[in-house]
Design a protein around this ligand. Structure first.
Ligand code: HEC
Length: 169
């Protein structure tokens, strides 16, 4: 009787499967880009800091992710695309202009928290994108920027907000 589960058979099957995976390409079409809605434009971010933000966060949190060669290789590409979809769904710097001021404030708060806890950029991303690792000063600068743009609207309960609307400076 023939042996079916030989190392050779298994290897060939795995290779065939991997090859088959390559037919399932990820969607790399770019969404419409409107610089006027972009976070860096709207908050008049200094260019050096804007480029730090773009280099460390925009691959997952914008409508302009970069797609290096390895994003062509399935199943890695599926995993990367999942991060891009999920990341930009939670926070999209390219669509900042569409956020209500309360939502924007809440996102700014979360950005500060994620940076403080070193949760972002995702650690798996930093394995390849070693240049996206924030230095201590870059991290502080970003955190200060996020914090300075806050209105603290999202901290307040609804009723209180309405009463205080006119008192605010
Ligand atoms: C490799 C992709 C990737 C990069 C790069 C990245 N993020 Fe994220 N981010 C995600 C994903 C995926 C989520 C949603 C799941 C989670 O919270 O882990 C997320 C969630 C967030 C959230 C929570 C948003 C919410 O409303 O829940 C904030 C804030 C955030 N990221 C900020 C940043 C900042 C700031 C940077 C750059 C310093 C950054 N991220 C870089 C993938 C990324």
């Amino acid at each position: 009787m023939k042996k079916r589960f030989t190392l050779k058979n298994i290897t060939v099957s795995l290779l065939a499967l991997l090859l088959l995976f390559q037919f399932f390409r990820i969607d790399k079409s770019t969404k419409e880009l409107n610089p006027e809605k972009d976070f860096t434009t709207l908050t008049k971010m200094p260019p050096e800091l804007a480029s730090v933000l773009k280099n460390t966060c925009y691959d997952c949190h914008s409508n302009q992710p970069r797609y290096p060669w390895y994003t062509n290789v399935a199943p890695l590409s599926w995993w990367i695309k999942h991060h891009i979809n999920e990341g930009s769904e939670h926070l999209n710097f390219s669509e900042w202009g569409n956020y209500s001021s309360k939502k924007a404030d809440h996102k700014l708060k979360e950005c500060g928290e994620e940076l403080e806890e070193n949760e972002m950029p995702l650690s798996s991303y930093l394995i390849i994108h070693t240049d996206a690792k924030l230095s201590a000063s870059q991290k502080t600068e970003l955190m200060n920027w996020f914090s300075s743009m806050r209105t603290h609207e999202s901290d307040k309960p609804k009723e209180e907000k309405e009463n205080e609307e006119k008192e605010k400076d």
